[in-house]
Design a protein around this ligand. Sequence first.
Ligand SMILES: *Cc1c(COP(=O)(O)O)cnc(C)c1O
Length: 431
Amino acid sequence: MNFYSLNKIAPNVSFKDAVIKGLAPDKGLYFPEKTTPLSKEFLNNIENYSNTEIAFEVIKQFVADEIPEKELKAIIEETLNFDFPIVSIEKNIAALELFHGPTMAFKDVGARFMARCLGYFNKEEKTAKVTVLVATSGDTGGAVASGFLGVEGVDVVILYPSGKVSDVQEKQLTTLGQNITALEVYGTFDDCQAMVKTAFLDEELIATKNLTSANSINVARWLPQMFYFFFAYKQLKSKNKDLIFSVPSGNFGNICAGLMAHKLGLPVKKFIAATNINDIVPNYMETGIYTPKPSKQTISNAMDVGDPSNFVRILEIFENDDSKLKEVLSSYSFSDKETQQAMKEIKEKYHYIADPHGAVGYLGLKKRGMDENEFGIFLETAHPVKFLNVVEPIINETIELPKQIKEVIDKQKVSINISSYEELKQFLVNA
Ligand SMILES: *Cc1c(COP(=O)(O)O)cnc(C)c1O
């Protein structure tokens, strides 16, 4: 399968090259040249397929023959070695829990899949060593570190803002060793991201290093996020209701994957992109004008994004036709106060502990409202334990640490301090 750049200048590339490059040379995001809907036969019988079989059906047209069937199935099986349960909350609302992977956030799925694809390409051809360079405000770094740990031919360098990620998140980034290096930056997340961007544009550096990114602009992180929308459908199909998915959104990679799943034929009536006060997309849906703004800090900090990268892919899915887009997508924004109130309500009324991101998703369903024939699912994108200092005071209860967290919390942190781009460059050149 070939992928084209949404900036339409750079040449089309294979799946492999799209994964290795990350972003096209003209700075556009890659998008598949063609999508073929899945057969009615498959969708009507989805309950008879295992998760691995479903994922294989969903992804195979995008990977095509670039990874042989047997290897691709093995990659999928390793990627998906945890559960994706649906937990009932209210009569017509459930949470799709995406946090049962090693770092307890949905990003595990994309990161594990991408890591294994890169590992496969390297093994096949002994391509030059690839360096994955990534800036994180919290969850991305841990998922990427865990997903890429021990993958041959790939070094991972993670930049994170000193003192600005949670303790759990910091331990997940800094305790793995092997091919993972954590650079602790004296600055903000924006500083980390600016350094990474500078590195990708540094001609001298990219002449000697194969740099790639591992955020959701990479097709191998974005596309596997379609899998769990199908898993949810499999579990809910027998209800015979019109399904509505509410996705807490920041960079809009996750919801963009849901909309791709819909393009492949997944029967969903409506998608809701629920945001915090970083309301670029809700504004667009109302005014038709896309106005990026500097991000504002909130309690759902993995969604503090002022210029969501994947929104251009969503426009492409709907062929830049706003009326088609609005038939399938709605978008609403919520304040921290509303989010805290929702967390409290979900706990008190339904005895469920939502994390701040999931609570924003829940609010999206409430805002739209649902009739008798509809069933709403909000994505629980992270375990509440990752946001202890926000969650515990609201629910007035201590949360027990799951085993994935206990395993890292007492390990020794190892990081390298940097405070300028020059120091980053020096590190990369000498690595
Ligand atoms: C990354 C993240 C999001 C936002 O996902 P996008 O694909 O960037 O829209 C939501 N919740 C959590 C917990 C995250 O880590």
